[in-house]
Design a protein around this ligand. Structure first.
Ligand code: 0O2
Length: 210
C-alpha cells in the first residue's frame, strides 16, 4: 500500500506556510494607503483520486509523482484587476524564500478551453525533523472573473468526466471572453473603484477609533 500521508504531509506544510506568507502581503498593504493587489489566497494539496487520475492520463509512474507532478501542492492568489497580477508576479520574483523554476502565462496565451491564469512553479524548501526537503508548488494567479470562470468550468469538467459536450464547450469559450471583457471594463474604471475602497477603509478605521 502506498503511504500517501508520508508523501503528502510536507506538501501540506508547504501550502500552509505559503498561505500565511502570501496573506501577510495583503495585510502589509492594508496597513498602507495603497491598493492591495491580493484579494484572497487559497491553497490545497491535490486529493489522492485526482493524483491517480492525472498520473494515469499523463503516464506518470507512482514513484515519479513527486518529480513529475508539479501541482501536488497548489496555491492560488486572486486579484481584483488584471494589472494586479503583474504586481503580484513582481512581488513573487523578488522573494528569496523559494526559487521560481517555471512560469506559464495563460493570460497572454489563453488555453483552447478559454482558461486564463498566470502560473508559476516554485521550488519551496520545507523544514522537517529529518532535515530540509525541496518541493514543487504550483502558484496560480488570476482575477476574480478568471477564477469564477475556471471554477464553473472545472465543475463541468468533473460532471462530464472531461468530455464536455461541444455546445456547452462553445458557451464556456464565449463566457471566458465575456469574463475577460469584464476584466477590461473594470480596469478602465479602476481609479474610481480604488477611490471608493479607500473611502470605505478610512471610514472603517474612523469607526474603530471611536
Ligand atoms: P485541479 O483539480 O485544479 O488540481 P494539464 O494538467 O495537463 O492541463 P499541466 O502541465 O499539469 O497541464 O499544467 P497546467 O495546465 O499549467 O496547469 C494545470 C492546472 O491549471 C489544472 O490542474 C487546473 O487547476 C488549471 N487549469 C489548466 N487548464 C485549465 C482549464 O482549461 N480549465 C480549468 N478550470 N482549469 C485549468 P488540474 O490537475 O487539471 O486540476
Amino acid at each position: 500500500m502506498y503511504d500517501w500521508d508520508e508523501l503528502l504531509s510536507p506538501y501540506k506544510q508547504a501550502v500552509d506556510e505559503l498561505k500565511i506568507k502570501l496573506r501577510s502581503i495583503r495585510e502589509q498593504y492594508e496597513r498602507t494607503s495603497k491598493h492591495t493587489p491580493i484579494e484572497f489566497v487559497t491553497g490545497r494539496v491535490k486529493p489522492v483520486t485526482s493524483i491517480l487520475d492525472k498520473a494515469k492520463r499523463k503516464n506518470i509512474p507512482l514513484e515519479e509523482i513527486d518529480e513529475k507532478m508539479q501541482d501536488l501542492a497548489g496555491v492560488r492568489i486572486m486579484c481584483q484587476f488584471v494589472g494586479d497580477i503583474d504586481t503580484v508576479v513582481d512581488l513573487i520574483r523578488m522573494r528569496t524564500d523559494f526559487e521560481i523554476v517555471e512560469e506559464r502565462d495563460y493570460i497572454k496565451n489563453k488555453k483552447n478551453s478559454g482558461y486564463r491564469s498566470y502560473h508559476m512553479v516554485l521550488r519551496y524548501p520545507v523544514q522537517t525533523i529529518s532535515g530540509e526537503i525541496q518541493l514543487l508548488v504550483e502558484l496560480q494567479i488570476r482575477t476574480l472573473a478568471m477564477n469564477f470562470w475556471a471554477t464553473i468550468e472545472h465543475s463541468l469538467q468533473y460532471k462530464y468526466r472531461g468530455e464536455i459536450p461541444s455546445n456547452i464547450e462553445k458557451r464556456l469559450q464565449r463566457a471566458a471572453e465575456a469574463a475577460f471583457r469584464l476584466d477590461e471594463e473594470m480596469s478602465q474604471i479602476r481609479g474610481e473603484v480604488q477611490e471608493a475602497q479607500e473611502i470605505i477603509t478610512r471610514n472603517r478605521e474612523q469607526e474603530k477609533d471611536r
